[in-house]
Design a protein around this ligand. Structure first.
Ligand SMILES: O=C(O)CCC(=O)C(=O)O
Ligand SMILES: [Fe+2]
Length: 373
């Protein structure tokens, strides 16, 4: 995620001071590698992706489902969207539009600061929060046409000052509500999740906020805003500005998630794939850029309490459907993701279906990734 790997050290806000004190040497190295995209008139080779990576979007696909959360059949629609897409948009979600607009405006203000000033809040090399390029950059030979700012929810006072409390509160509520629609569609009841209380609330849920900025680009067809990835979350709630760019993989092609004023995008993350024992897959998505518009997105990355081990829900497993994944805490999984990126789920996989009639137990195999195609 940018991403989402962003949370690899959820409590690392304590090193914020060190980040701000980043040595001049480090700053120079950062500057050398990361250009001020707003000032570039011609796409440098280091930002030019091959047409293979940049394969065009499918035309005439059906659109990503839009679900009215006030619809009495919302749970059924959510189930269908999770099964067939891994992504959907929600309307009537009760998040005031002014809150979304204000957040977007704050994001724009932040990114419009002079480059040198943004660099003062640069993320340190092994850090999580702060300003910088997409954290998934290290997995790709080419650079991405975007800049990001990550904020992590943390008990540290310093973080509390930066963290937009109201947005956090509303997004947390909505994330929980949507999570229960997802789990409910699988027949999971409130008491089935031990890390939630009787009402289904997750008191210690962890979250991060990822602001993404995609400046207008002189050669958008050869550039990539954010390369294809899945989010390492339970789910992600994304507010995108009124400019297309987000695409999700469907079959062999890419489908654009059209911005709808006031609607929010929900991405199924890797942890729901684990919880649901693979019944719902996380969605591969990417962000494209364009020639004239500066696009902005704000992703709320929602995850479980950091000490909870996420495993396939027992209600969804039996002799015929053995657990496909081993239990992992969120931070453990983020570590795996930081190392193996889009193959991370394979590294926490236990059993790989190989034939119609049986499973291979991969739990004792250190290289279990090879078992799964
Ligand atoms: O900008 C977008 O639409 C996508 C952002 C995203 O995928 C992320 O922050 O994980
Ligand atoms: Fe993402």
């Amino acid at each position: 995620m940018h991403d989402n790997e962003i949370m690899a050290k959820n409590d690392s806000f304590s090193n914020e001071k060190t980040q701000l004190d980043m040595s001049l040497q480090q700053l120079d190295a950062f500057r050398e590698k990361h250009l001020d995209l707003n000032s570039i008139k011609e796409l440098p080779e280091s930002y030019a992706w091959s047409s293979e990576d940049n394969c065009p979007s499918s035309s005439n696909s059906e659109p990503v489902p839009v679900i009215n959360l006030k619809d009495s059949n919302a749970m059924k629609h959510v189930g269908y969207a999770c099964k067939t897409w891994g992504v959907f948009q929600v309307t009537n979600h009760d998040i005031p539009i002014t809150l979304l607009n204000n957040m977007e405006a704050s994001g724009r203000k932040l990114f419009s600061l002079p480059f040198q000033q943004k660099l003062k809040a640069a993320r340190s090399l092994d850090g999580v929060s702060g300003y910088g390029v997409a954290r998934i950059s290290s997995f790709f030979p080419k650079l991405m046409w975007s800049e990001g700012f990550t904020l992590i929810d943390s008990p540290h006072q310093h973080a509390q000052k930066l963290w937009p409390q109201e947005y956090n509160k509303e997004m947390n509520k909505l994330s929980n509500r949507v999570m229960w629609l997802i789990l409910g569609s699988l027949g999971i009841k409130k008491g089935d999740i031990k890390w939630a209380n009787q009402e289904g609330e997750i008191k210690e849920a962890c979250a991060a906020l990822q602001l993404n900025s995609y400046p207008s680009c002189p050669d958008p067809d050869r550039a990539m805003g954010l390369a294809a990835h899945t989010d390492s979350t339970l789910l992600t709630i994304l507010h995108q500005s009124n400019t297309s760019g987000l695409q999700v993989q469907r079959g062999v092609g890419w489908v654009t998630v059209k911005p709808i004023a006031g609607a929010l995008v929900v991405n199924i993350g890797d942890l729901i794939q684990i919880l649901s024992n693979g019944l719902y897959s996380s969605v591969l998505h990417r962000a494209m850029v364009n020639r004239t518009q500066h696009r902005l997105s704000v992703a709320y990355l929602y995850g479980p309490p950091s000490n909870v081990r996420i495993a396939p829900l027992s209600k969804l497993t039996d002799n015929v459907h053995p657990p496909l994944y081993r239990p992992v805490t969120w931070s453990e999984y983020l570590g795996t993701k930081a190392k193996h990126f889009n193959k991370a789920l394979l590294f926490v996989r236990l059993c790989a279906p190989i034939t119609m009639s049986g499973f291979v137990d991969a739990s004792t195999d250190n290289h279990n990734s090879v078992l799964v195609g």
